[in-house]
Design a protein around this ligand. Sequence first.
Ligand SMILES: [Zn+2]
Length: 183
Amino acid sequence: MTYREEMLLFNEKFVENKEYECFTTTKYPDRKVAILTCMDTRLSALLPAALNIRNGDAKIIKNAGALIKHPFGSVMRSLLICIYELGVREIWVIGHYDCGMQAVSAGSMVEKMLERGVKPEAFDQLKQNNVDINEWLKGFRDPAESVRETLEIIKKHPLVPEGMDCSGYLMDPLTGRVDIVQT
Ligand SMILES: [Zn+2]
């Protein structure tokens, strides 16, 4: 059985056994918090467990590195929806130590793309969309600095209302301990 088949079978039983009942909540975050964090698999269950975030407590937005790459991109859009449509009053940016984005380089990713058969002409499309691939795929060296930069983008954003409570943290992906970067 493939993992996907396993997943579908599990799902059928999950619903049949009404295992969803303990997760019932609304789309409005009970604790009025939005969290921007990394997609790192070590944090999937650890982060909510370590911070006592239950289903329904917080909006959680994830991407590689907990980054905002563009002030008018999808992360900022999600945060604005959190603020204006879902009652969010607080934003937590939670990066982590040993983040994969510390090792990412645009150059090596482009090499891998070419190896996997992406045509060199494909990169012209990025130029046509004014995307600088080196900037777009760039990682970071210091996760704390990255959290601070992300917070700055949120705090200075022209569409974020005054008085939003924004803070930043770094999580240890092994123990779940959070260190305060900025509150
Ligand atoms: Zn990460």
